[in-house]
Ligand binder design. Structure first.
Ligand SMILES: [Zn+2]
Length: 147
């Protein structure tokens, strides 16, 4: 067992195979709308109740608007009244969570695990079974109808 090979590295931390993870800032600007760029790449927030998915109730899947990774199933979407699309669970391994202390608050930021784009925040006041509220910007997502 001493053949000199390095041990398997745990690559669970946002190092997916997609090329989008390595885009330059300029390439992101080309690929995204101004509003998407502001939210996804500059951790912006869309105005409350302004997003196209706030009251969106169709069955399907929500993907990362930047790289297409499946993030949320419509079955986990619920009416939170917070003004942004809310989900009680994310797809396994699709998002990363980090402490965000900006704006004088302690919040948990949610990013796409594949391309590290900002999606929104997650709070602990959601419904069962998880008790989580993923509060996600509409412009950070693309929707696929169930075929
Ligand atoms: Zn992504």
């Amino acid at each position: 067992m001493s053949d000199g090979k390095p041990a398997d590295v745990d690559r669970t931390e946002g190092s997916g195979p997609a090329d989008s993870a390595d885009l330059t800032d300029e390439e992101w600007r080309d690929r995204l709308t101004d509003e998407q760029y502001r939210v996804l790449r500059e951790s912006g927030t869309e105005a409350r109740f302004s997003g196209e998915f706030v009251d969106h109730e169709a069955d399907g899947t929500y993907r990362c608007a930047a790289c297409g990774t499946v993030l949320f199933d419509s079955a986990t979407k619920y009416e939170s009244g917070c003004g942004w699309p809310a989900f009680y669970a994310a797809e396994d391994g699709s998002v990363t969570k980090t402490l965000d202390t900006s704006h004088g608050m302690r919040r948990t930021e949610v990013r796409c695990a594949n391309c590290d784009s900002h999606l929104g925040h997650v709070f602990d006041d959601g419904p069962e079974p998880t008790g989580k509220r993923f509060c996600i910007n509409s412009v950070a997502m693309a929707f696929d109808d169930d075929a």
